[in-house]
Structures are given as structure tokens and as C-alpha cells.
Design a protein. Structure first.
Length: 283
């Protein structure tokens, strides 16, 4: 009896194991069918997405060649200044380096404006920045910040003009010249270079190393002629007793982009560069 019961127990266990195995197989088979169905749905959805998806391929373009600021045939000399040099680092002086002051957008009219007849027939003319001289399209308007000499910080402009820095349309790489004037500061020169960086020039239409009186013109976004820049740096290091001198029609460099920015000062005050009968008499 014990042996018979033992075999019955073994057979019963086998039936249970076999039944469990069949259930396991059945469950596994169902799971496979479920996964297969999900896979088909996924592929179907992927196919639908592919029909509605756009492929954007990268555009390979060649980087532009760096601008060569050199103007063949250019040569420059210096003139001694009247009085003493300005002390300190002029690169940090807001009267020399316009970017120290900074500027903000202006809503001023981008065209010539009239304030009546000019009182100075010798004033520098902005149309001679170009050769041949022209009235370019005015591309942008800005207002240069004032300066607080106590805190040595920029302040809001306090001037009667709504625009003191003007963008002029240029062709990248075209040669830029000093605004011609009726003044001769020595040897037929119009102005001294008070400050120069690779992208900036400050011109002074007297021989003093300051902007207290006489005309000063700031030019931004210009690629300064390398020989002129080197001469200025040499004069600056030597103490500024002599500075580069330029005349009308003598290259200053090239337009760095599609506009240059120009500001005019008279006895230190920022003027309106759109003034027709002051700076654009021939237009």
C-alpha cells in the first residue's frame, strides 16, 4: 500500500507539473502574441510618422575670408601736438574711445534734417567719407550716453538732438576716407588721429590732444588700415607728443560690414550728424 501510494503521489505531482508547464507555455505563447501585436502597431505608427516627418539636412558653407584692411599705396606721417598730451590711458577715456560711453537705440528720423544755414563753411563733410562722395542710405540711429566725471560712469544723454550717432550704408571692404574740411592743421592735413583701435577711429580737426574745442569725429565699425593703426600705437606709447595726421582723400581703412557708425562733436558737444547744411552741404 505504501508503494502504491508513493507512485500515486509521484504521478499526481507529475500531472501537476505537467499542467503547470502547459499553463506556463500557454502564458508564454499569449505573451509572444501580445508582443507581436504591439510590435506591428509600433511599426505601423512609425510608418505613419515617417510619412509626416521632414528630414532637414545640414547646409555646408564655407566660412567667409577674413577682411584684409590693407589699402595698397597708403602711407602716413605725424604732426606734433599743440600743448601737452592728455594724461592717463586714452583707451579708457570716454572722450577718446566712444565705446566707453556706449550708446542706445534712437527713434530719430533716418534722413537729412535742416536747422538752417551753417555758420561754418569749413566744417568737415561726411559725404567725403566715400569715393566718389555720396549721400548714403542712413541705416540706423543711436544716441550716445553722457558722462559723469565724478562717478566715471555713463549717464542718460541730455542734448537737444534725438540722434547723435548715425549708421551709414556701406559695401563691406570699401575704402573709407577722412571727412574733408576747409581746415589745414599743417602740411595740408585735416585732422589728427586722437584714438585708434582695429575697429575705431577718433579724428580731431585741431592739433590739441583733447576734444575741448574744434571738431571731433568718431568712426565705428571700420577696419582700420594696419599701417595707420601701427603708427598710432607707436605714437601713443611714445607719449603722444606727436600723433598721426590725415588729409581728405587719404585712406583710413575699409568698411568692416554693411554700415559704419559716425558721430560729430563741436567743442566737446555731440551734434546731430544728419544736419544737412552742416555736414552734407553738397547733397
Amino acid at each position: 500500500m505504501k508503494v502504491k501510494r508513493k507512485w500515486e503521489t509521484i504521478l499526481s505531482n507529475r500531472r501537476i507539473a505537467t499542467g503547470a508547464s502547459k499553463v506556463g507555455v500557454t502564458l508564454a505563447f499569449c505573451l509572444l502574441l501580445l508582443l507581436a501585436g504591439m510590435s506591428k502597431e509600433t511599426h505601423a505608427e512609425a510608418g505613419t510618422e515617417q510619412k509626416e516627418t521632414f528630414a532637414y539636412l545640414p547646409v555646408v558653407s564655407q566660412a567667409p575670408e577674413p577682411l584684409d584692411c590693407d589699402v595698397p599705396g597708403s602711407s602716413y606721417g605725424t604732426l606734433s601736438i599743440n600743448g601737452a598730451p592728455t594724461p592717463g590711458r586714452v583707451a579708457e577715456n570716454p572722450d577718446f574711445n566712444l565705446t566707453v560711453r556706449g550708446w542706445k537705440p534712437s527713434g530719430g528720423y533716418l534722413g537729412l534734417v535742416s536747422y538752417g544755414p551753417s555758420e561754418d563753411r569749413k566744417a568737415p563733410q561726411l559725404d567725403t567719407l566715400f569715393a566718389p562722395r555720396r549721400l548714403p542710405r542712413f541705416t540706423s540711429g543711436w544716441d550716445v550716453y553722457g558722462w559723469d566725471w565724478e562717478c566715471m560712469c555713463p549717464i542718460e544723454p541730455a542734448r537737444p538732438w534725438d540722434l547723435t550717432l548715425l549708421g551709414l550704408k556701406t559695401t563691406p571692404g570699401e575704402v573709407i576716407y577722412p571727412p574733408d574740411s576747409g581746415y589745414d592743421i599743417g602740411g595740408g592735413h585735416d585732422a589728427l588721429v586722437l584714438y585708434a583701435s582695429p575697429s575705431q577711429l577718433t579724428l580731431k580737426y585741431t592739433r590739441e590732444d583733447h576734444v575741448v574745442y574744434g571738431y571731433t569725429i568718431h568712426i565705428e565699425e571700420i577696419c582700420v588700415e594696419p599701417d595707420l593703426l601701427a603708427l598710432y600705437r607707436q605714437a601713443d606709447v611714445a607719449g603722444r607728443w606727436s600723433l598721426p595726421a590725415v588729409r581728405g582723400g587719404q585712406p583710413l581703412g575699409r568698411a568692416a560690414g554693411e554700415e559704419i557708425l559716425v558721430s560729430v562733436r563741436d567743442t566737446g558737444s555731440f551734434m546731430d550728424p544728419r544736419s544737412h547744411y552742416d555736414w552734407w552741404k553738397a547733397q
